[in-house]
Ligand binder design. Structure first.
Ligand SMILES: C[S@@+](CC[C@H](N)C(=O)[O-])C[C@H]1O[C@@H](n2cnc3c(N)ncnc32)[C@H](O)[C@@H]1O
Length: 380
């Protein structure tokens, strides 16, 4: 299996290279309106914002900044397939303008924009961020009533275009079954509060050590989970604000095609460095998931609970029949086609090597069976 990926340095307000209704999933994080680090970019996109800020017109600046994001959301309305999903990571902002401290509810403004475009909102995830200063005072310290709560979470807003996606042909159903996730992953991923997301291990370099801060990259786990939750293998994932290409790395690791747009060419070098390391990254992620599953099954058996089903690809016990065909695509090779297109060659299922925690394949595992504890402890 091969997947194809492309980075386009351009304004995502007009994604001329993307056909109508060709995208299955969008995972993105835009620049956050009213957060100072993005002022210069918004002012460059619309000089009226610089005037709003200079003249303390807080509502005008907020609305004009969202006007720039609205142009990208409108494009998503065009390029997303019916039944496709859009996931937007966004934080609210707090800021003092004309001596007035207040909240700018970016998440609420984006929900309004997506409703106006005809998307359907489904339940939101709160990402509880690890913070270095959990007790940071905002406002009047210990004296009421002028103290403010600290923002320690961001939102992952989720929208669907039209009705539920259908899987009609045998091929579509097979891909969907192979894209299953483990039962215990489902329990964690489909919770509406996420903690402790894991980032990419590479350090970013831009000479002054500030690139991660400047890029506002989200942790790898964030797009990786969303891609596994809301798309199937062979789908195309778009990130219109791709930055350092975290969404693309996650798509490559999950066997999806991807396209990323970004206005700022400065991130391309960082993105290329990270993409070059994709075979190691993807295979480490797969190993982590399989090992976590092995640990989960060992604990479950230790607790005296039965495990009745078997995954046929790894010959490992699983909780439900839906996990029987689950297969995680290792990455064998990455090919650069210029600086903006990439081909990822994935390991075929036939070539999977039994890992230490996977037992040798059995001739024909029965559909439903209980696994005796002694046999399991040998496996893990
Ligand atoms: C919050 S960062 C995204 C970071 C990214 N998720 C990552 O992990 O590196 C937002 C990105 O959007 C880009 N950007 C802002 N406005 C844009 C536009 N209209 N079109 C394309 N990219 C844009 C910025 O250059 C920045 O890289």
């Amino acid at each position: 299996m091969q997947t194809h990926h492309r980075i386009i340095i351009d304004n995502a307000a007009r994604m001329a290279d993307i056909d109508d209704q060709s995208i299955d999933l969008v995972v993105t994080s835009p620049p956050y309106p009213m957060i100072q680090m993005w002022d210069a970019l918004f002012c460059m996109l619309n000089p009226a914002i610089a005037e709003d800020l200079a003249e303390d017109r807080a509502d005008g600046a907020f609305e004009h900044m969202h006007g720039q994001l609205d142009r990208v959301w409108t494009e998503l309305g065009r390029v997303v397939k019916p039944g496709g999903v859009v996931c937007i990571n966004i934080g609210d902002a707090t800021r003092t303008i004309a001596s007035l401290f207040r909240l700018f509810a970016n998440h609420a403004r984006i929900i309004t924009a997506f409703h106006a475009l005809g998307f359907t909102q489904v339940p939101t995830i709160l990402w509880r961020k690890a913070t270095n200063a959990p007790n940071k005072f905002m406002g009047s310290g210990m004296l009421p009533p002028g103290a403010y709560v600290t923002l320690e979470h961001e939102y992952i807003l989720i929208f669907r275009k039209g009705g539920k996606r259908l899987f009609s042909t045998a091929e579509e159903k097979n891909l969907r079954n192979a894209s299953a996730f483990f039962w215990e992953e489902r329990n964690q991923w489909f919770s509406d509060v996420w903690f402790n997301l894991i980032g990419t291990p590479q350090t970013l370099h831009n000479g002054n050590g500030k690139s991660r801060e400047r890029s506002a990259a989200f942790p790898f786990d964030l797009p990786y989970r969303l891609i596994n939750m809301f798309s199937v293998k062979g789908d195309t994932v778009l990130d219109p604000f791709v930055g350092t290409a975290t969404t693309m790395l996650a798509a490559m690791s999950a066997g999806r095609h991807s396209i990323g747009y970004d206005l700022d060419p400065a991130f391309q070098e960082i993105a290329l460095q990270k993409i070059a390391g994709i075979p190691e990254l993807a295979n480490r992620v797969i190993e982590r998931r399989l090992q976590a599953h092995a640990d989960f099954i060992a604990d479950r058996l230790q607790a005296g609970k039965e495990v009745r089903n078997f995954n046929r690809r790894y010959n490992v016990p699983v909780v439900t029949r839906q996990e029987e065909m689950l297969y995680l695509e290792p990455v064998r090779q990455i090919q650069f086609i210029g600086n903006d297109r990439f081909k990822v060659i994935h390991e075929s299922e036939a070539a999977i090597q039994p890992a230490s925690f996977i037992c040798p394949p059995e001739p024909d595992p029965p559909r439903t069976r209980s696994v005796s504890k002694s046999r399991q402890l040998k496996l893990f």
